[in-house]
Design a protein around this ligand. Structure first.
Ligand code: BES
Ligand code: ZN
Ligand code: ZN
Length: 507
């Protein structure tokens, strides 16, 4: 999407498509009379008779004819009861608008911002939310069909009909667009077939990002991981003919690299389960087991674009989890990068082994706060379903700040308990310091809790996105497949980190 900067009126807008919000008492909107005088009294009649629907999320497209405007069609967007309007509802509604625009193959539109505002949601908020929602809704999954001859459409021009400050409105729109584009990039990584997105491919993508945004980047290959003794990621990679990679990106905003937020992603590019092999129905979809890595990379893209005043380090452990005579076996004992030993009871509990090394490395690279993101367990789906990300934390204030960011983005996160008795079970082994699979009861907590053994006293949040990273069916903000979940929340946390810290007297 591109934007043009001039403020437009109903008269001067060049786009043929105008987007207008309608609610029960639309006649109270500032400028409504002028709108009606341009596009005809019949609009009010159609609203009264229900031909233009004002209910939440209902879209109605009406052709209009007027000699003093270029607008040929108005897309009316039902907002329902004004008192119940929230930012998330607007975001989702704009997602549906994005889908409609895609269907119409529209490459330009004009939006009347005031028709969507409802205190305290102002024109700038609407501008941001429309860019975010429409951008995400417009997304389609790249495919490899040889029969498809439909050229991909994009939105070239957006115009604003508004009385608000146009510079502010445009800059809010551009921020929303960065958010949406970055989510969509993360989605495309998750959707990419596993033969076309290996660990080295993921590293190449990170290098590209680093070159584009001037991040410091380091890619460790297998020999270097061996040299360092990263026995966790190496054990998972042992059955593969494709090399693993430990990927590090650094964004230094301050003179000194301190107060650093560390983002750590699980980048398992395919999870067969290894010798604890997945059933054939459970294996399909495991190309998405790098959803945590995608979330971290998407958030880093936002950081690169918006350049917040906050130091960040991102670490991604990338490998597939395959089977061969070299593969790790249940009963193996491995030594992680931290020095802690692990008894492998289940080769399908591989993500935590990769994260163990990645978390230790992130701390070494300067992370003072850690957030790990991973499609870690089926247990989180059993506990919370497909629409909630499960979380653990060792620091209440830090977690509270994160929840504030997640409420702002509308990404639902739910904290789970990690008790001393859970920790005891993670530490129970006759032959090693830890075991990687204490049991199937409440195992989302065991998965995250295992990672927690490696963060030690660093303030930490664990996000299990196994349920939320890959949508089973289309939703308001996008199609079936990769969702790009947590991209926006991680970026929002980074952008607002110092303020959130200050509000809570540090954490
Ligand atoms: N990648 C899976 C978790 C997963 C499940 C992601 C469903 C997305 C959808 C993970 O590596 C795994 O296999 N976890 C096991 C852990 C168990 C063996 C302790 C699980 O959840 O069953
Ligand atoms: Zn697994
Ligand atoms: Zn996995």
């Amino acid at each position: 999407m591109k934007t043009i900067k001039d403020m437009k009126t109903f008269e001067t807008t060049t786009s043929e498509l105008l987007i207008v919000g309608v609610r029960k008492n639309s006649n109270l909107i500032k400028g409504w009379d002028q709108f009606i005088s341009f596009f005809g009294n019949s609009i009010e009649e159609w609203i009264r008779e229900g031909d233009i629907q004002t209910d939440q999320k209902k879209l109605t497209k009406i052709p209009v004819k007027t000699s003093n405007s270029n607008v040929k069609r108005v897309l009316f967007v039902g907002l329902g009861d004004q008192k119940k309007l929230t930012e998330q509802l607007l975001r989702e509604t704009f997602g549906l608008v994005g889908k409609e625009l895609k269907k119409l193959k529209a490459n330009s539109f004009s939006i009347w911002l005031e028709s969507f505002t409802a205190a305290p949601i102002d024109e700038n908020d609407i501008s941001f939310l429309s860019a975010e929602g429409i951008g995400m809704g417009y997304y389609t999954i790249p495919n490899y069909k040889t029969t498809s001859n439909e050229p991909d459409t994009t939105i070239e021009t957006v115009e604003f009909v508004t009385e608000a400050d146009i510079d502010e409105v445009v800059s809010s729109f551009n921020v929303g667009k960065v958010y949406a584009d970055s989510v969509n990039e993360a989605r495309s990584l998750v959707n990419r077939p596993p033969n076309l997105l290996t660990a080295p491919d993921l590293a190449d993508y990170a290098v590209q990002l680093a070159e584009q945004y001037g991040f410091e980047v380091e890619i460790l290959n297998k020999a270097e991981l061996e040299e360092l003794g990263m026995g966790g990621i190496l054990a998972v990679n042992q059955g593969s003919s494709i090399e693993p990679r430990m990927i590090t990106l650094k964004y230094q905003a301050k003179e000194t690299f301190e107060n650093v937020v560390g983002l750590v992603g699980k980048g398992v590019t395919y999870d067969t389960g290894g010798y604890s092999i997945k059933p054939k129905t459970g294996m399909v979809g495991m190309k998405g087991d790098m959803g945590g890595a995608a979330a971290v990379l998407g958030a880093m893209r936002i950081v690169g674009e918006l350049r917040p005043d906050q130091n960040v380090v991102a670490v991604i452990g990338a490998t597939d989890n395959m089977i061969s005579s070299d593969a790790m076996k249940p009963d193996d004992v491995i030594t992680t990068y931290s020095g802690k030993t692990v008894e492998v009871l289940n080769s399908d509990a591989e993500g935590r082994l990769v994260l163990a090394d990645a978390v230790t490395y992130a701390k070494q690279q300067g992370a003072n706060y850690l957030i790990d993101v991973a499609t870690l367990t089926g247990g989180v789906i059993t506990a919370l379903g497909y629409d909630k990300t499960g979380a653990l934390s060792n620091n209440e204030a830090f977690f509270d700040a994160f929840i504030e960011a997640s409420i702002e983005t509308g990404e639902f996160v739910w904290g789970m308990p990690l008790t001393e008795s859970d920790k005891k079970r993670i530490r129970k082994s006759d032959v090693a310091d830890l075991n990687n699979s204490p049991g199937s009861d409440g195992h989302m907590i065991f998965g995250g809790g295992f990672v927690g053994e490696f963060v030690e006293n660093t303030p930490w949040i664990h996000l299990d996105i196994a349920g939320t990273s890959d949508a089973k069916s289309a939703h308001d903000l996008g199609p079936k497949g990769g969702t790009g979940v947590m991209v926006r929340t991680l970026a929002t946390l980074v952008e607002r980190f110092e303020d959130l810290q200050k509000e809570r007297n540090s954490f």
